[in-house]
Structures are given as structure tokens and as C-alpha cells.
Design a binder for this molecule. Structure first.
Ligand code: CP
Ligand code: NVA
Length: 321
């Protein structure tokens, strides 16, 4: 059984580089077997996932429900109006009941501390489906997509141009663990959390990844292999929208901005996307990998469920990260 069995998945920071690579090989293996080869692979018959979502979601919810069904199990979605958790009942009490009926919890929450509390109280694995602070599953899907496109990960140069948010925090950890260079440009005042940046810098010492955190989009994009952005207004920040739109002026990804980026970049966006963040010609253009990235949310999330994938079965698909 692979190394996620019985473990919480709350941050990429908690996993070794080898673990992360293995998640990616396993996800690719599931995609090859189930999608390409039409294999029925259902190791999770009789298992169930509780999906506890305090926020809206398209991809994460779909990935969990469709992924669980593909593997033979079932999923129960509990949105903010469905479950008492944190409103009418303590997180601790909900966690105990969830433990008694489900085999795994996927939770999308506001504060990271809710995930931590759930994980402390539940006796079944808790998987982060996003918090205000981190979005680790997104980065597994991004890395899987880049591995499929480039055939390798180590040594790639990623430019993140946008908000210093939850997705960037997980990307910093992921790049540090795998050895991917990351150039970040955020508007002044929207830099990533300093503790995450410092932790990632320390980790990067081991893999040789280099990081640059600044405020100049053109500098960040220079010679990048991958251009990434995300929404400027994350879930829960809706009341800051007008201020953010002003502060992010000049950060739209467009061809003028990328003139000096070099000739062969690809584009990622975790979605949902708004027009001000990236022009249509790039978002829907041939450099864009966003739909493959969205699909890979499912194959990577399935890894956190698929307790039965055997090491031997995934060797053939191993490619060098
Ligand atoms: N990328 C992502 O997490 O999308 P959803 O918010 O739709 O789940
Ligand atoms: N940063 C975004 C990601 C959505 C998948 C948010 O938190 O809303």
C-alpha cells in the first residue's frame, strides 16, 4: 500500500519529496488504467467519503464524488447548510460522528485551524480540499499536468503572477520539495505569508530550487516555462473586491506582459477564472493547460482515496520527476 494510507493530507510540507512523486505516479497510473485502458478498478467497494464543504466548489467536489464512484465507493456531500459542524455543533463532536460512519473526510474550510482540529479529533484520514491558507491538492494536479506536458518537473521555471494566496503557499512547498524554480510577482502588500516563504526556502536548500519573491510581473515571467495565476478575489474575500481590482491593475496575464517571457511557456489557472486575470486568447489558447489541469484534480484526489494501489502496479508508469 502507498504511503498515504491512514494519513491526513493537510499540507505538502508534511510529505517527503518521494511521497509527492509517488502520489503523482499513482495518479497517472489510475488515469492510464481507468481512462485510457477502460479498466474497471474498484478497490473501494463498501468505503465512503464524507465531503464537508464550508465554501463553494466545482472541481474539488466533482473530483471527490466522481473519483470515489470510479473506485467503487460512495461519497456524501455536506455543504454549509447541511451540516451542523462549527455552527450548531463543535468541530470535535462532528468529527467523532463522522469517524463512526465514514472512512475518509475531505474538508474545505475557512480557517486552517478547523482542518487541524478535525484531523486531531477524527480517527479517519482528513484530506484538505482547501483552506484560506493552503490548497495542497491543487498543486498535485498542477504538477501532474506539468509532468504530462514536459515529461519532467525538476528544473522547471514557474512564474506565479497574482495574489500571494492559499494556492501559492502550497505551490511554494511543492516547488521546494520537488526542485522547481519559482518566481513570484504579487502587487505590493499581497506577498505570500512570510513563514511559508521562509519554510519553503529552507526546504529548497535540499532540492536546489530557487525562489524569488517580488512585485514585477515582467521580471517574474522572464524565461519562464510555466505562467500561473489564480483569482484576485478568493472565496471569503468578496467584500475586498473593489480594492483588489484596483491594487491588481497591471497584473493581467496578456501577450504584452509576456513579450519577454520567452517563446515556449504554458499557462495554468486552478479555476474559477475571471476575465481581468487573463485574456481570452491565452486562457483558451494553445498554451493553456487549464482543462487538463482541471481534469487532473480528479485523478490526483483519487490517490488520497485509493488505499489499495499496489507499488508493483505503478512501476511501468514511473517517469523521472
Ligand atoms: N480549483 C478548485 O479548487 O476549484 P473549485 O473551487 O471549483 O473546487
Ligand atoms: N484562491 C482561490 C482558489 C480557488 C480554488 C480561493 O481560495 O478562492
Amino acid at each position: 500500500a502507498h504511503s498515504l494510507v491512514g494519513r491526513d493530507f493537510l499540507s505538502l510540507n508534511h510529505f517527503k519529496s518521494e511521497d509527492i512523486k509517488q502520489f503523482l505516479w499513482t495518479a497517472k497510473d489510475l488515469k492510464t488504467r481507468i481512462k485510457d485502458n477502460g479498466e474497471i478498478f474498484q478497490p473501494l467497494v463498501g468505503k465512503s467519503a464524507a465531503l464537508v464543504f464550508q465554501k463553494r466548489s466545482t472541481r474539488t467536489r466533482l473530483s471527490a464524488e466522481m473519483g470515489m464512484t470510479k473506485l467503487g465507493g460512495s461519497a456524501c456531500f455536506l455543504g454549509p447548510d447541511d451540516i451542523h459542524l462549527g455552527v450548531n455543533e463543535s468541530v470535535k463532536d462532528s468529527a467523532r460522528v463522522l469517524t463512526s460512519m465514514a472512512d475518509v473526510i475531505v474538508a474545505r474550510v475557512h480557517g486552517q485551524e478547523v482542518l487541524d482540529e478535525l484531523a486531531n479529533e477524527a480517527r479517519i484520514p482528513v484530506i484538505s480540499g482547501l483552506s484560506d491558507f493552503l490548497h495542497p491538492l491543487q498543486i498535485l494536479a498542477d504538477f501532474m499536468t506539468l509532468q504530462e506536458h514536459f515529461g519532467y518537473l525538476r528544473g522547471l521555471k514557474i512564474a506565479w503572477i497574482g495574489d500571494g494566496n492559499n494556492v501559492l503557499h502550497s505551490l511554494l512547498y511543492g516547488c521546494a520539495k520537488i526542485g522547481i524554480d519559482l518566481n513570484v510577482a504579487t502587487p505590493a502588500g499581497y506577498e505570500p505569508d512570510a513563514t511559508v516563504t521562509n519554510d519553503a526556502l529552507k526546504l529548497a536548500g535540499k532540492t536546489g530550487a530557487s525562489f524569488r519573491i517580488g512585485n514585477d510581473p515582467r521580471q517574474a515571467a522572464y524565461r519562464a516555462d510555466v505562467i500561473v495565476t489564480d483569482t484576485w478575489v478568493s472565496l471569503g474575500q468578496e467584500q475586498e473586491k473593489q480594492k483588489r481590482l484596483k491594487d491588481f491593475a497591471g497584473f493581467q496575464i496578456n501577450r504584452k506582459m509576456l513579450k519577454e517571457a520567452g517563446g515556449s511557456w504554458v499557462f495554468l489557472h486552478c479555476l474559477p477564472r475571471k476575465k481581468e486575470e487573463v485574456t481570452d486568447d491565452i486562457f483558451y489558447g494553445e498554451e493553456s493547460l487549464v482543462w487538463q489541469e482541471a481534469e487532473n484534480r480528479m485523478w490526483t484526489l483519487m490517490v488520497s482515496f485509493s488505499c489499495d494501489v499496489r507499488q508493483n502496479d505503478i512501476q511501468d508508469n514511473r517517469s523521472s520527476c
